[in-house]
Design a protein around this ligand. Structure first.
Ligand code: ADP
Ligand code: MG
Length: 234
């Protein structure tokens, strides 16, 4: 689904991503762990061209999407749930979900629409006419996820979806992400919540200073005290 080869990204003179390579298959959850400031958000932003990589290639569903306009990338089925659960606060829940609905891809993944979003997040249906700004943090995260899903993606990038949420909500979000993978979607999950990432992912990467310093199964990382103390402060 996604193949990233040796990408580099700069902000001006700062060389942030320093040769990141990874692949994600349909039905797979790949988690990326790493401390604050190592370049995790820069990685997902590079994938959807919020910032353009200065080197390397990104292939999605067989096509080269490196540096392509973001709206084209989303239309091809790659979507981002950004860090900090950005929703349109002054719009209702339903309006938040209908805005992306109007620009569906021509060959959509038919399995998602607003009805499905409400099945997965029944809470949102109850609150569909409320302003998004009045929802709890957990509900806003669910809305951000639902909004990405109604664009009918083949792959979703989640940037720290568990940040600042209660353990119960984190569990629910993990369950939804696993369910997406079970339906065949590919998922790249950026996390700082170690347990959530390990419980959700099939494979894990650890980033440090713009590079991948470890990749393994979640089970192997759980046992690797050296990597955990050196790169994750555990
Ligand atoms: N728009 C930007 N302009 C300049 N530097 C940035 C910008 N965004 C992030 N950075 C810097 O890039 C580095 C990586 O940031 P980021 O990708 O947000 O890390 P993470 O998501 O892992 O916390 C940090 O040193 C950060 O200060
Ligand atoms: Mg970040």
């Amino acid at each position: 689904m996604l193949e990233v080869k040796e990408i580099h990204t700069h902000y001006g003179q700062s060389h942030i991503l320093q040769g990141i390579s990874l692949t994600v298959k349909p039905g797979q959850v790949l988690a990326v762990l790493g401390r604050n400031g190592v370049g995790k958000t820069t990685l997902v932003h590079s994938l959807v061209s919020f910032v353009k990589p200065t080197g390397g290639r990104i292939h999605f569903r067989g096509g080269d999407i490196t540096g392509r306009p973001t709206h084209q990338i989303i239309r091809q089925g790659l979507t981002l749930v950004p860090q900090g659960r950005r929703v349109f606060r002054s719009l209702s829940v339903l309006e938040n979900l209908t805005v992306p609905y109007r620009c569906l891809s021509p060959a959509p993944n038919k399995s998602w629409d607003i009805g499905t979003a409400f099945q997965v997040f029944p809470h949102l249906e109850i609150r569909k006419n409320q302003r998004a700004g009045n929802l709890s943090g957990g509900e806003q995260q669910m809305l951000a996820m639902a909004r990405a899903l109604v664009s009918r993606p083949q792959m979703v990038l989640f940037d720290e979806p568990s940040e600042g949420l209660a353990p119960m909500v984190v569990k629910e979000i993990s369950k939804v992400i696993k369910g997406l993978a079970d339906q065949g979607l590919a998922v790249l999950l950026i996390e700082q919540n170690f347990n959530m990432a390990l419980n959700t992912a099939h494979e894990v990467l650890v980033m440090s200073r713009g590079q991948i310093v470890h990749r393994s199964s979640p089970q192997d990382l759980a046992k690797n005290n050296d990597i955990k103390s050196r790169y994750l402060g555990m």
